[in-house]
Structures are given as structure tokens and as C-alpha cells.
Design a protein around this ligand. Structure first.
Ligand code: CTP
Ligand code: CA
Length: 228
């Protein structure tokens, strides 16, 4: 039986999960995006439901099916994701920010499709502006929610992740490694969970669904210890 051994330890808790990439439009037919598949966030949403939580999943563009009993809200841009997350922030107990939010968006959105012949030869220059840091905003406006971030790094991974944990006022951060059996589009992941109290847990390669449960174990422990 699938549910054998699964405790409903998150019953009565409201969990907001973000997933997938954001797309930042250049003109009506083009955008700036990234390689996030959304799988990690969707598995977190699914695992949260399996443990009895009420789940809101705010997703960027993906081709994934909505897990059963999840309230899904689709967004496209980082601005839309910001608005959707902020709207629900005060009514949830946990936010797990697994979305790969764009850091920069075109400063100007062209109303009509850019045509090759109208552009200078050889190069197109686009001006980009910084997007809002959703998780930083949540950290700055935290009441008693548990805040979980992700970090994807290629170098100085550990130091960078700890810096993000502190700057964004997180309870813990899930550090992703890029490589075989891990990262974009994979069904498995290799992660290290770093807590604000300095605890570090390096996990072996496991499915994203299993990683999701590890993350939820940590959330559950925090509730039990009365830390949230
Ligand atoms: N994040 C966010 N809003 C943004 C950018 C990132 O909420 N505009 C969140 C991500 O969802 C993730 C965490 O912040 O949970 C860390 O994202 P990451 O891209 O690793 O770090 P950044 O702070 O964006 O810094 P950089 O990309 O320069 O490493
Ligand atoms: Ca980023």
C-alpha cells in the first residue's frame, strides 16, 4: 500500500510551493527563460498532499500535470509570480520557493514583433532590468511562516548558499548540484540541506519525490519543536 508508513504529519498546515521557470517577454513571440522543468516543485506539492497538507502550487510555464488535490495557479512572468505569492503569503504556514525566477527581464516589452530588417546588422542589444526578489521580500516581511529556499550554484556553492540563507531570512536552503543524476529535467536530485542553525545534511542521489519528503521532514520537525 502506497500510503503505508506515510504519516499525515502536515494535516491542517497550508503550504505554498512555487515551481518552474518564469518567462520574461521580449515581444509577442519571444521571451527570456531558463531550463527549469518544474519537476522538483511539483513533487514537493504532491508529497505535501500525501502528508495531509493543503497545498497551493504557483507554477511558471511547464508541461507537467497538476498533482491530485493541489490548488494550482499558473503564472508566466516573475512579476506575476510575485503578485500571486504575496497574495497568499499571510494565509500560509510554509513557503517553499523552488521556482527558478528570472533575475532579469527586458526593460521594455515591444508591442509588435521585432523584425530582422528593422534591426542593426549582426547584433541586437536588449536592455534588461532586475526583477523583484520574491524570496527576499518574503524574508523581509516574515511573521511566523517557515521559509524554504533553493540555491543553484556552479562555484563556491556552500558559501553562496549560506549567504542566501541569511540575506533572505530563510529557515533552511536546499542546495542543488548540477551534474549527472541531478538538476534540470532530471527525475533524481543530489542536494544538501543547510539550516539557519548551521546544521548541514548532505543527501545521496534520490528521486525528486524522495527529496521532497526530506524537505518536508525538516518542516515537520520545525513544527514539532515549536519553531514556527
Ligand atoms: N528567488 C526569488 N526571486 C528572484 C530570484 C530568486 O524568489 N527574483 C528565489 C529562488 O526561488 C530560490 C532562491 O531565491 O529559492 C535563490 O535563487 P538563486 O537563483 O539561487 O539566487 P539569487 O538570489 O537569484 O542569486 P543568483 O542567481 O545571482 O545566484
Ligand atoms: Ca537567480
Amino acid at each position: 500500500d502506497f500510503f503505508a508508513g506515510v504519516k499525515f504529519d502536515l494535516k491542517g498546515k497550508k503550504i505554498l510551493v512555487t515551481a518552474g521557470p518564469t518567462y520574461e517577454p521580449i515581444d509577442p513571440v519571444r521571451f527570456i527563460g531558463n531550463w527549469s522543468s518544474g519537476k522538483m516543485g511539483f513533487e514537493i506539492a504532491k508529497a505535501s498532499v500525501h502528508r495531509g497538507a493543503d497545498v497551493i502550487l504557483i507554477s511558471g510555464p511547464t508541461y507537467l500535470n497538476t498533482p491530485k488535490n493541489v490548488k494550482r495557479i499558473d503564472v508566466v512572468t516573475s512579476d506575476e509570480m510575485f503578485d500571486a505569492v504575496v497574495k497568499f503569503y499571510n494565509e500560509v504556514d510554509v513557503v517553499i520557493m523552488s521556482a527558478a525566477v528570472a533575475d532579469y527581464a527586458p526593460a521594455q516589452r515591444f508591442e509588435k514583433k521585432l523584425k530582422k530588417e528593422d534591426l542593426p546588422e549582426g547584433m541586437l542589444e536588449l536592455k534588461l532590468k532586475k526583477t523583484k526578489d520574491i524570496l527576499k521580500y518574503l524574508g523581509d516581511n516574515k511573521r511566523n511562516q517557515i521559509l524554504v529556499g533553493f540555491a543553484l550554484e556552479t562555484d563556491n556553492a556552500f558559501e553562496n548558499a549560506i549567504q542566501k540563507l541569511k540575506q533572505k531570512n530563510l529557515d533552511f536552503i536546499v542546495l542543488n548540484t548540477l551534474g549527472e543524476g541531478s538538476g534540470f529535467g532530471c527525475d533524481t536530485n543530489i542536494v544538501t540541506i543547510i539550516s539557519k542553525d548551521g546544521k548541514v545534511e548532505s543527501l545521496p542521489k534520490m528521486t525528486k519525490y524522495e527529496v521532497a519528503h526530506k524537505i518536508l521532514d525538516k518542516v515537520s520537525q520545525m513544527f514539532n519543536k515549536g519553531e514556527a
